[in-house]
Write a protein that binds this ligand. Structure first.
Ligand code: NAG
Ligand code: NAG
Length: 255
């Protein structure tokens, strides 16, 4: 007869094997496996991941926490040809709000990954917040300062174009590598708040805030390309890490 301890051990063994069987056929975190060409399933799966895991990440998929997303360094460089000619650097900043984003549409993958994937998303509010240093000229105003800043993109439509390429590491071991993520941001309004401008002098700081509040679109249009490029690189690295964890054959059906 089996004693109690041996029974308990075999039960643990049996249960843990059950969970390996489940893991072998399913994705971690209760994510439903989609056909690589089923765009509704892909969209719903992304929304499931955003809603349930943006705030904690998914270790088994190498997916980092997305909300808040820690950004060690975020820099925009001077552009003398632009009316918004600034060096702006955030260090150890946070990007907030991706957890409330909604994927509206995603185009299906092609089996060989040759087709670009486009994503349409909507985020009610995306905030970049943290310590900053700024120097340069915004429209007509020279600007200089150091402190904490919030840049808020309200009702932001995000259009993303993702290019992948397959890397085969053996039979049923096709990994997707991210070649490029291009982002296009279209907020309905942008607000800017900087503490510590002009060594804390009140009047020029108020002038600056009034100007960028009034001319938010012009300012954003000048910065948009650089912001989108910087964010695109961040998402490229996040997505590449996640896609590097499991082969496409395990992530999707119909591969
Ligand atoms: C920003 O501009 C809007 C009008 O575009 C105005 O209603 C609002 O009071 C301004 N906010 C600040 C902080 O100046
Ligand atoms: C993507 O991840 C793979 C490993 O999975 C790595 O070899 C490659 O350099 C990464 N590419 C980028 C652009 O990060």
């Amino acid at each position: 007869m089996m004693d109690k301890k041996a029974f308990a051990l075999s039960l643990v063994f049996y249960l843990s094997c059950l969970s390996c069987l489940v893991l072998a056929s399913d994705l971690p975190a209760g994510i439903q496996k989609c056909s690589i060409m089923d765009e509704n399933c892909l969209r719903d799966g992304m929304n499931y991941v955003i809603k349930n895991f943006a705030r904690k990440g998914i270790k088994e998929l190498n997916l980092v926490q997305l909300d808040p997303l820690l950004i060690k360094k975020f820099s925009l460089g001077k552009n003398p040809k632009s009316p918004v000619n600034i060096d702006l650097t955030f260090t150890n900043a946070n990007l907030l709000g991706l957890g409330d984003a909604q994927v509206k549409k995603v185009t299906p993958f092609s089996k060989d990954l040759s087709r670009e994937i486009t994503l349409e998303m909507m985020s009610p509010r995306i905030t970049l917040t943290g310590p900053y240093v700024i120097d340069g000229k915004v429209l007509i105003l020279p600007i200089r300062g150091k402190g904490d800043a919030d840049i808020v993109l309200q009702q932001c439509k995000v259009h993303a174009v993702v290019k992948l390429r397959p890397v085969s590491k053996g039979p049923h071991q096709t990994f997707a590598e991210v070649v490029e993520v291009k982002l296009f941001l279209d907020p309905s309004r942008v607000t800017y708040k900087f503490t510590g401008l002009f060594n804390g002098e009140k009047a020029p700081s108020e002038n600056f805030h009034a100007l960028v509040n009034e001319s938010w679109l012009e300012v954003f249009n000048e910065l948009k390309a650089d912001i989108s490029t910087a964010m695109g690189l961040i998402f490229k690295s996040i997505l590449n890490r996640t896609l590097g964890k499991l082969p496409l054959e395990q992530l999707f059906t119909g591969v």
